[in-house]
Design a protein around this ligand. Structure first.
Ligand SMILES: NC(=O)CC[C@H](N)C(=O)O
Length: 385
């Protein structure tokens, strides 16, 4: 496949606006929620992050696919986006790890993409009007017909998408970040014990598993609907609540399990969806942001400390619903002052809305994995971390 083979493609948003471009990846039609990601790197990790299930991603970085696809940067077993929107794409990648081009990869996984789109204008539109459903197609080039399909699609609010991405079976993960890529060698070598962590899989990214393993964790990954008694049979030192797609409020089993596990007072750490589910289990509510946060330079912090973080979320904890007798805010998103992290006031339980595992993104927040391990160590010793 090359640029000369490109065929026309159509993009239609739920508000009726239409954009014409060219097809890359698979032929066919994809309908989903249109969101934008402002990262300048990491498209392969974005495509394979299960949290994007059900979404069509606008990549604002104007050149997509230059470093191709490689076997090491998959964040799960397959890409999960419904579709991709780009300004320009690369058919002939150049990178020592590349094994395939981006258009070929999307074609292989039956994911349509559209390029030649003014992604800046499109992003400004989403930023002004909010995230909305949309469709891209190489076969339906009639605007009214595609718009009807888009308008019939379900809204993201209320959707439980975890069932589509959680692991069907239990597995164990021991693989740490490989030495050439280890960016925090001093911190990881300080940890000399092994901790058993049960990870509730709402759509977990591999680099979370790698970072936990780097800090000495043996991770048992269990399906999202695993009952608390089953989880406790592994005698875990700590519980991890993963990232994942869709509306957290709809993941009632995960919320109930987390609530039951909280009673055991074990160390618990949640990332993104895990943070939202923990919030619900503690009695808080979530709401949908206008267009969410997706990118690699989101500032999070409190008072004088700031971390630059990787983010990918639509929903957030409602600050007014936080049970302030038991929970406090540990981080705010410093762009819009939404809640970016919470911790329990008396239990070794905490969570963040952002992605300390990066992949892609900066490593400022990697210390949170160490914090989790130190809480497990203290809990073993019967002290407080
Ligand atoms: N990355 C995630 O875990 C996303 C959580 C949730 N689906 C949201 O969009 O807010």
């Amino acid at each position: 496949m090359s640029l000369s083979d490109a065929t026309p493609a159509l993009l239609v948003l739920a508000d009726g606006s239409t954009y014409r471009g060219w097809s890359f990846g698979a032929t066919g039609t994809a309908i989903g929620e249109i969101v934008f990601n402002t990262g300048m790197t990491g498209y392969q990790e974005v495509l394979t992050d299960p949290s994007y299930c059900g979404q069509i991603v606008i990549f604002t970085y104007p050149e997509l696919g230059n470093t191709g696809i490689n076997s090491e940067d998959e964040e799960s077993t397959q890409p999960h986006v419904k579709g991709a929107i780009a300004r320009n794409i690369c058919y002939k990648p150049s990178n020592w790890r590349s094994t395939q081009s981006l258009p070929n990869y999307l074609q292989q996984h039956q994911i349509p993409g559209i390029f030649g789109i003014d992604t800046r204008a499109l992003t400004r539109k989403i930023r002004t009007l909010g995230a909305m459903n949309g469709g891209i197609s190489t076969t339906i080039l009639d605007e009214t017909e595609l718009l009807e399909m888009v308008q019939a699609a379900p809204n993201m609010t209320g959707l439980n998408l975890v069932k589509e991405v959680t692991t069907p079976t239990v597995y164990e993960w021991l693989e740490a970040t490989t030495p050439p890529w280890e960016f925090n060698p001093e911190a990881v070598t300080k940890i000399r014990e092994t901790f058993t962590v049960v990870a509730l899989d709402f759509g977990i990214k591999r680099n979370i598993l790698r970072r936990l393993a780097s800090y000495g964790c043996r991770v048992i990954v269990v399906p999202a609907d695993t009952q608390p008694e089953e989880i406790l049979k592994y005698n875990p030192d700590g519980i991890f609540l993963s990232n994942g797609p869709g509306d957290p409020a709809a993941v009632t089993e995960g919320i109930n399990t987390t609530r039951a596990l909280l009673e055991r007072q074990k160390p618990m750490f949640g990332i993104c969806m895990g943070h939202q589910i923990l919030g619900h289990a503690l009695g808080a509510e979530t709401f949908k942001l206008k267009f969410g946060h997706r990118g690699l330079n989101q500032p999070a912090g409190l008072q004088q400390r700031v971390e630059i973080t990787s983010q990918n979320h639509s929903f957030a904890l409602d600050p007014d619903s936080l049970p302030t007798a038991t929970v406090e805010v540990s981080h705010f998103n410093l762009n819009d002052l939404t809640v970016a992290g919470v911790r329990h006031k008396s239990l070794p339980v905490f969570s963040v809305q952002y992605h300390p595992e990066a992949s892609p993104g900066p490593h400022d927040a990697d210390y949170l994995f160490e914090q989790f391990v130190l809480k497990m160590q203290a809990s073993r010793q019967g002290t407080k971390a």
